[in-house]
Design a binder for this molecule. Structure first.
Ligand code: 8YV
Length: 313
């Protein structure tokens, strides 16, 4: 397979890069001084593209690669891949489900604890010597709070499992009720928001879920409510979120994702009731390796005419 052209548009995982280089003709778009020229020069050779959470494959890229057969995303979310175009052109698409579920769910708990117990601010209190002048202030309990989950797929269920250990009542919103689950279902996000203390966004990003967290939802969650977003930035109307936090209409937020990554609204930097992470949901050494192996497994299966391991299209 050494001659198969695999295009990587942006740097992702050094391990993935190294393993791809050992097996394929890896074309690293970001290293080219003139990207358009590079694409043109290699367009006939590229049979696979590696996507990720930030860079998938839009119509422009797909149309520019006439020999493209497969887009293997180094992410579970494939909102940056034009699936419609892929279906139309018979291009296969794979992602990396399951292997990252635990890490992303773990991070949701970390963010909730971080916001409620002010872990980052309290850490700063120690480092800056503040403790010598007195104890840190009281914070808010997590155990027993009602947690609302938007999207009860693999990761949503893993969040619920963890939250159960904190004796938190669990409610959820999803397109359809899941009668096999014992959690309380609400048929709208506003109803869910009015019945929980902590609202966790963990559904895929689609046209229907873009700005699923709008002003009405934020105001319903209210001055004591906490929003945790481990899904995608565009799930949340970010300017509404920022003004609600600045005006005290929302109790706090734990965010791993943003509307225009890596840009994060700077007004949030001054707020102690907000924990900001740089989209690191699945970024552990262990999961990076597992995701990379899955990307490679899918590519190898495809080029050996075997069934794909984790097909989306
Ligand atoms: C990120 C993700 O890719 O899989 C996804 O859809 O958003 C994450 O795995 C990762 O955290 C960014 O490095």
């Amino acid at each position: 397979m050494e001659s198969v052209g695999v295009l990587m548009p942006v740097p992702m995982s050094p391990y993935l890069e190294q393993e791809l280089e050992r097996r394929f003709n890896l074309l690293k778009l970001w290293t080219a001084p003139e990207k358009a020229e590079f694409l043109k020069a290699h367009s006939g050779a590229v049979r696979a593209v590696i996507g990720n959470a930030g860079n998938g494959a839009d119509v422009g890229l797909i149309e520019a690669l006439p020999e493209l057969e497969i887009i293997a995303s180094f992410s579970v979310g494939i909102d940056k891949v034009d699936l419609e175009k892929c279906r139309e052109k018979g291009i296969r698409v794979t992602n990396t489900p399951d292997v990252l579920t635990d890490d992303v769910a773990d991070l949701a708990i970390g963010l909730a604890l971080g916001v409620l117990r002010r872990l980052c601010e309290a850490d700063g209190y120690v480092r800056s010597g503040g403790w010598k002048n007195g104890d840190y202030k009281l914070t808010t309990k997590f155990t027993g709070k009602t947690v609302g989950i938007i999207g009860l797929g693999r990761i949503g269920k893993a969040v619920a499992k963890r939250v159960e250990a904190f004796s938190c009542p669990i409610a959820y919103y999803s397109r359809t009720e899941k009668p096999d689950l014992k959690y309380k279902y609400y048929p709208s996000v506003v109803e869910l928001a009015s019945n929980c203390d902590i609202l966790v966004v963990v559904c895929p990003l689609t046209q229907e879920t873009r700005h699923i967290i709008n002003r009405e939802v934020i105001d319903t969650l209210g001055p004591k409510g906490i929003l945790i977003n481990i899904g995608r930035g565009p799930h949340v109307d970010e300017s509404e979120l920022v003004s609600a936090l600045l005006e005290g209409r929302l109790g706090g937020a734990g965010l791993d994702v943003y509307e225009n990554e890596p840009d994060v609204p700077e007004q949030l930097f001054q707020l102690e009731n907000v924990v900001l992470l740089p989209h690191v949901g699945s970024d552990t050494v262990e999961t990076d390796t597992a995701m990379a192996d899955l990307v490679i497994g899918n590519l190898e299966a495809h080029f050996l005419n075997k069934p794909l391991l984790t097909p989306v299209v």
